[in-house]
Design a protein around this ligand. Structure first.
Ligand SMILES: C[S@@+](CC[C@H](N)C(=O)[O-])C[C@H]1O[C@@H](n2cnc3c(N)ncnc32)[C@H](O)[C@@H]1O
Length: 255
């Protein structure tokens, strides 16, 4: 039977994401400013925070500077162990595991805040539909380990298709999943860092559907401006529009 775990990122991706997270951690934090200010105002001492797919831990370290009290525990969970983890191990608890195992790793209602910055589109399995279903499963696990009044904070892309809202998502998944080296190299040159591994970007409609199906209601949604598309994206990917780093704050549905 085919192994259908989520694929892990490669060394090229790790290097790029480490750098990018370092450069943008302060900006990410700004996107969550209102949510964080409410908690900082409340003391924030015994909070439990998880950064899912928290990469090198730069964002988690920025969170640590907002919540310096050691009774606030900050966890980073990622399938890849970055070099930065050892250096910051006295401030953050790093867990090398997959988001697929959240409800095995943590008890029900453990966390006050769970962040997922630019990570869900990396939950890539052997087909587009399995990847999408896998994301729903992980969201349900997020809801399980989140406290009743906890918040789920997501920063991610909206890739809205021109033919159908899901079409660009499927095309990008198919193209980036091609393992043939010359093709993967070509896509990498076109700045697709996921070439050869795959990526499953969602449209805004798909995100909203997933959230409502997995037990969340939206508390706030801040959309970034649409990016100017490159000619080949317009021609081959049938993109209606794309915005990166949209911020969505979610609460658990009651009951
Ligand atoms: C683009 S990086 C985002 C890093 C950081 N959160 C940021 O905002 O810059 C995506 C991260 O998701 C991690 N990831 C991919 N699949 C995962 C999984 N199944 N469980 C946990 N983390 C995963 C990758 O290893 C990578 O570090």
């Amino acid at each position: 039977m085919k192994n259908d775990n989520i694929k892990t990122i490669n060394a090229h991706q790790q290097q790029i994401y480490d750098l990018f997270e370092r450069e943008t951690a302060a900006e990410l934090l700004k996107g969550y400013r209102d949510t964080l200010n409410n908690l900082i105002g409340g003391g924030g001492k015994s909070l439990k925070i998880l950064d899912l797919g928290g990469g090198a831990g730069h964002f988690a370290m920025s969170l640590r500077s907002c919540f310096p009290d050691k009774r606030c525990e900050i966890f980073v969970l990622d399938t890849t162990q970055y070099g930065t983890w050892t250096k910051n191990a006295d401030k953050i608890t790093f867990v090398k595991d997959s988001a697929e195992n959240l409800s095995k790793l943590f008890a029900e209602e453990t966390f006050d805040l769970i962040f997922a910055n630019r990570v869900f589109h990396h939950f890539v399995k052997s087909s587009w539909s399995k990847s999408f279903r896998g994301m729903a499963d992980i969201m349900k696990q997020v809801a399980f380990i989140l406290k009743k009044n906890g918040l789920f904070c997501v920063t991610d892309h909206f890739f809205n298709g021109r033919l159908h809202h899901t079409s660009t998502s499927k095309i990008i998944y198919a193209l980036t999943s091609i393992k043939l080296k010359p093709i993967a190299m070509l896509f990498r040159k076109l700045e697709a860092h996921t070439a050869g591994i795959g990526v499953c970007f969602l449209s805004k409609k798909m995100w909203l559907h997933l959230f409502s199906q997995t037990g969340f209601i939206i508390e706030a949604l801040k959309e970034s401006p649409n990016r100017k598309l490159k000619w080949y994206e317009d021609l081959f990917l049938f993109i209606k529009n794309h915005s990166g780093d949209n911020v969505i704050i979610l609460q658990k549905k009651a009951g």
